[in-house]
Design a protein around this ligand. Structure first.
Ligand code: G6P
Length: 367
């Protein structure tokens, strides 16, 4: 096992470091000569043009990819998107648009609820597409079309590189669908592709800074509650950051849409409660910053995740971690990295079994 960890203490850290390669491989599986080619997925231009509704269905972190993808698909393609937990979708007799596309996202391709949701969609005669990591898995075999993520085997229960490659798959699909449907011009299309191709190096750059995050995270080992807040895509990132934190550190954590704070969560803040604000979307920056100020005035200890340049956050937050600039639509791929590291280092500081957290399984094949 030590050999398989390639010098890292845990599989999770190894897999965190494999993200630049996993993302690069997945990008290059569909980007050729500066254009996206979905022929391997089996999605034709006619099919892309006829889609009138997208349903994204998944569990766990894959569901969080769906929450981010909803923003991106809707922004770029203007096709309405619903994101649903597979365990809910399968039992609610969903009304599905016959020209809709059901997209199932799953690392293992074996999650019981996601597989059942896929079967439910097929029973209703709607087109299905799976974003899957494991070749030949049940979901990959049964879906009409498959977009394979090239994350390679993921051992750690808490997903990192599979999540990152799932995001890439949704970006590539959204950008290509937007272009084919003439919602973006060639300049924007090429610009988005070139921004995507820069993501692996930017992820690498964030990983260079991991000691700073370790220093901060190690001090949070005694926290009882952690709140993650953000708006828009920053909310989607918060959901994943919170899940990473709770599953491996056993600290209660919640992700809240920043604007909802006043509707309940703010009453839980006490002197020293850690609030992690994700503020990468320029148009929403001031709004969430003012929520952070509100948290601070109630005693919260603040950590901010934002893009380079937003240095005024240091006036408010006690600790700030910066990510490189990218197109705002792709920022999830960068902002999630410090949050993965944060969860990891808190877990290590508490001496927990990072790779095999209690009560959790890598693949949930029973309900
Ligand atoms: C488990 C794993 C998660 C994963 C979820 C969905 O809970 O621990 O990391 O996101 O299942 O799994 P899937 O294989 O369908 O992506």
């Amino acid at each position: 096992e030590a050999a398989e960890k390639a010098g890292y203490e845990h599989f999770m850290m190894k897999e965190i470091h494999e993200q630049p390669k996993a993302v690069r491989d997945t990008l290059h599986s569909v980007i050729k000569d500066d254009a996206i080619d979905l022929s391997g997925v089996g999605l034709t231009e006619e099919e892309i043009k006829s889609v009138s509704q997208i349903y994204i269905v998944a569990c766990g972190s894959a569901y969080h990819v769906g929450v981010a993808a909803q923003y991106i698909f809707e922004e770029l393609t203007r096709i309405p998107v619903r994101v649903e937990l597979a365990s809910e979708f399968r039992y609610r007799n969903p009304i599905l648009d016959p020209n809709g596309l059901v997209m199932i996202i799953s690392q293992s391709g074996e999650t019981a609820d996601s597989l059942a949701a896929l079967r439910e969609a097929k029973k209703k005669g709607i087109q299905t597409l799976a974003i899957v990591n494991v070749v030949g898995s049940s979901i990959a075999r049964e879906a009409d079309k498959v977009f394979y993520t090239l994350a390679g085997p993921e051992i750690s229960v808490a997903t990192t590189k599979a999540y990152s490659t799932q995001l890439i798959a949704t970006y590539c699909m959204a950008v290509q669908m937007a272009y084919v449907r003439e919602m973006i011009n060639i300049e924007r299309y090429q610009n988005l592709i070139s921004e995507m191709l820069k993501l692996p190096d930017k992820i690498e750059k964030i990983l260079y800074d991991k000691e700073r995050i370790q220093w901060f995270a190690a001090k949070q080992a005694n926290a009882h509650d952690i709140f993650f807040i953000g708006r828009g895509l920053d909310y989607a990132i918060s959901l994943e950051g919170s899940l990473k934190m709770k599953e491996i550190s056993y600290i209660h954590s919640e992700a809240y849409a920043a604007g909802e704070l006043k509707h309940g969560t703010i009453s839980l803040l006490e002197e020293g409660t850690l609030v992690i604000g994700v503020l990468t979307q320029n148009d929403l920056y001031e709004k969430t910053l003012s929520n952070m100020v509100e948290c601070k005035s109630r005693g919260a200890y603040l950590c901010g995740v934002t893009s380079y340049g937003n240095y005024n956050m240091e006036d408010t937050a006690d600790f700030v971690t910066y990510i490189p600039k990218t197109d705002p639509l792709f920022v999830t791929s960068l902002a999630v990295i410090p949050l993965q590291l944060m969860g990891y280092y808190v877990s290590v500081a508490k001496g927990l079994d990072v790779d095999k957290p209690r009560n959790l399984a890598k693949s949930v094949t029973v309900e």
